[in-house]
Design a protein around this ligand. Structure first.
Ligand code: HEC
Length: 169
C-alpha cells in the first residue's frame, strides 16, 4: 500500500513538474536558437525508431528505375521539396535557413534510407519538425515517383540537377 502511495505521489509530482515547466515559459521555442544536444538526440532517435518499426510491410514497386517515374518525381521535387531541402547547386532559401530543425540537404541522406523508409517519411511526414505528410494530398503512385527521383539524387551534380528539374520550379 505504501509503495502504491509513494508511486502515486511521485507521479503527481512529475505531472505538476511538467505542467509547471510548460507554464513557466522557461523553454525557448524560438527557431533561431539551436536545440540542446539532448533534445536533438531525443528527436532523432524517436524519429528513426518510430519509422523503423512502421515501414516493414511497405514494398517498393519494381519499376523504381523507370525514367518516366524519375522525371515525374523530379518535377514534384522541384515544386514541393526544394524550397525546404534545396538541391545540388541550389542556394539556401529563407525557409531552409529559418527552420529548426533545418531541413537537411537530402543528397547526403538518401543512402541512409531504404526506399520503403523514404516512402514512409514522405507519406506520413514527421511531427514537430515541419516535414509535411504528402500522403494527404498525393496518391502512393506519385509518392513512389518521388522516391524514384530521390534514388538518383546522390549522383546528380548541380548542372544535372538543373537539367532534370528545368522549367519545373
Ligand atoms: C516545410 C519544409 C519541408 C518541406 C516542404 C519538405 N520537407 Fe522534408 N523535412 C523537413 C524537415 C525540417 C526535416 C527534418 C526532420 C528532422 O530532422 O527532425 C525533413 C526531413 C526529411 C527527410 C528525412 C531526412 C533525414 O535523413 O533525416 C526526408 C527523406 C524528406 N524530408 C523528404 C522530403 C521530400 C521528398 C519532400 C517533398 C515531397 C519534403 N521532404 C518536403 C522539412 C520539409
Amino acid at each position: 500500500m505504501t509503495a502504491i502511495k509513494a508511486i502515486l505521489g511521485l507521479l503527481i509530482v512529475v505531472v505538476i513538474g511538467i505542467v509547471g515547466f510548460a507554464y513557466s515559459g522557461l523553454y525557448n521555442v524560438a527557431a533561431d536558437e539551436p536545440h540542446f544536444g539532448v533534445t536533438r538526440w531525443l528527436l532523432n532517435t524517436t524519429m528513426a525508431r518510430s519509422i523503423a518499426v512502421r515501414d516493414d510491410d511497405i514494398v517498393a514497386p519494381d519499376n523504381l528505375e523507370s525514367s518516366a517515374r524519375i522525371d515525374r518525381g523530379a518535377q514534384m521535387y522541384a515544386r514541393i521539396c526544394a524550397g525546404c531541402h534545396l538541391g545540388p547547386g541550389v542556394d539556401p532559401t529563407a525557409i531552409h535557413v529559418g527552420m529548426k530543425p533545418q531541413p537537411p540537404r537530402l543528397k547526403e541522406h538518401i543512402e541512409h534510407h531504404a526506399p520503403a523508409n523514404l516512402f514512409w517519411i514522405i507519406k506520413h511526414g514527421i511531427k514537430m519538425s515541419g516535414m509535411p505528410a504528402l500522403g494527404l494530398t498525393f496518391d502512393d503512385n506519385q509518392l513512389w515517383d518521388l522516391v524514384a527521383f530521390l534514388q538518383t539524387l546522390p549522383e546528380l551534380d548541380a548542372q544535372q540537377y538543373r537539367q532534370q528539374t528545368a522549367g519545373k520550379e
